[in-house]
Design a protein around this ligand. Sequence first.
Ligand SMILES: [Fe+2]
Ligand SMILES: [Fe+2]
Length: 263
Amino acid sequence: MTTPTFPDPTLSLADPAGEIERLARRIEQAEAEVAALRAERDRALNAIATLRNETFFDLARSAERNDGESPLHTARIGIYTSLIATELGYPEDQCALLESAAQLHDIGKIGIHSSILSKPGPLTTAEWKMMREHPRIGASIIGDSEVPLLRLAAEIAMTHHEHFNGIGYPLGLAGEAIPLAGRIVGLADFFDALTHDRSYRKALPVDQVLSMISERRGEQFDPRVVDAFMRIFEQIEEVREQLVEQEAFGEAAEWDGPWWMLY
Ligand SMILES: [Fe+2]
Ligand SMILES: [Fe+2]
């Protein structure tokens, strides 16, 4: 784009109408060039944002894997969260945002040493203390963003271990002071973690986990969230079974590359 100079040396006062038309065309051309530059800038910003989000999702998945979670744990939490939110009357666009943001809930585990995450036995008090830092670490990794997805993800990362009765961590919030997104993800994460194997224990039967959730209604979990979860449990179970099957199929698939690539 050329920068106009004033007064324009090529300005012809002999033909003012023609000159006005010529100037109007130049303005139009300049506006088109500005619009093209803006579109190019927006494309570049979108590409950076997509790359940044993918990095967050990769980090969250690898943090969960270090903690012995199965590869589809984050995807399951996202879907359960969005199903519960739909049942609670969240608008569709909010549910979609929650489905993505919930997947970053445990991103802070990336800051916890793997000797703690993959310890086969129970943790010591000091190790628990470190483990309980993962919500703060997660929120600080995601940062103080203006982007709605990341703002929600940071809120969930910080509050998904708060208990409705106020004895959770790290802030000790109670009741409605815990953001609803954190209350929903807390329940989804509890259900999913307990219905899958971990390094230090086997998966519990689904019925047992449901009883544990009912026992904790109004204590660890928001009664409204528990009721919504129970109402749509058939859908939750359908998703769980589908994803477990998909995971088992992925892991059982035979390695079809050359044998030496395994070493
Ligand atoms: Fe967590
Ligand atoms: Fe998790």
